[in-house]
Design a protein around this ligand. Structure first.
Ligand code: NI
Length: 246
């Protein structure tokens, strides 16, 4: 029986150490599946264009809305419709799973000290390292003893800004930040970026805005470590593979 792809949201949520800090554990089409550990109150906000599904893995969550409050317990779910102002809170520790569009901002239309960026939510979760196939294998390989190395998973869709001309700026900023902080850059789905054109046309189209040649220059000039994860090595362009040193 195939077991790759089997996720344990309950265990992952339980392993989290930060409150109100959702972490992405998977995706379904254009949606992220996230887990979070919460206690206390997040704060009022709304998502103008996205519904937000809460599924309770453990404990109870109260969701205040302007026309009433719902309380959901273990095994129960609730969808906050787009545009509805809401304020989640939990008296005791609560573990939850969220399903929401990738464009959904953590605290919607407001920014507070609790607000977490999408990048922050995409940080690899340590307890998932055993079960995430290639990506996790690469993450595991960079750890020596107890010294954790910071790894930043590059969000290709975020990099490809919809504003023409912004993409290169985003790429510059990414590499500058990594060089300064010593963070390892992890490109997931490397085949989508550096694949042989004929075989991955769909994937190329997804990142049509990314200046691949510009990205390659930056990678070659970068003093730090850059990792690529792909389970389709055969689809990766030979010219790109030649640039890899190990
Ligand atoms: Ni919300």
């Amino acid at each position: 029986m195939p077991t790759s792809g089997v996720a344990s949201p309950g265990e992952i949520a339980a392993s989290l150490t930060e409150l109100w800090s959702p972490r992405v554990i998977g995706e379904v089409d254009d949606n992220f599946i996230k887990v979070a550990k919460v206690q206390g109150t997040l704060g009022w906000h709304a998502h103008a264009h996205e519904d937000e599904l809460f599924f309770i893995l453990k404990g109870r969550l109260r969701i205040e809305m302007e026309d009433g409050t719902v309380e959901i317990g273990e095994g129960q779910s609730f969808v906050v419709p787009k545009g509805v102002r809401h304020n989640p809170s939990a008296d005791e520790e609560c573990h939850l799973m969220l399903i929401e569009k990738k464009s959904t901002l953590h605290t919607g239309d407001v920014v507070t000290e609790r607000t977490r960026s999408i990048e922050d939510q995409l940080r690899p979760v340590e307890s998932m390292a055993a079960g995430r196939g290639r990506v996790a294998a690469a993450v595991g390989a960079t750890r020596t003893g107890d010294d954790a190395i910071a790894i930043r998973r590059v969000d290709l869709s975020a990099l490809a800004s919809e504003y023409i001309g912004e993409t290169e700026k985003n790429i510059d900023r990414l590499f500058e930040d990594a060089a300064q902080s010593g963070t390892v850059l992890l490109f997931d789905e490397a085949d989508a970026l550096f694949g042989k054109r004929s075989e991955v046309r769909d994937a190329h189209d997804r990142y049509a805005n990314i200046e691949v040649s510009y990205l390659l220059q930056k990678i070659e000039a970068h003093p730090g470590l850059v990792m690529f994860a792909s389970n389709r090595r055969q689809d990766i362009d030979a010219a790109f593979l030649r640039r890899l040193r190990f």
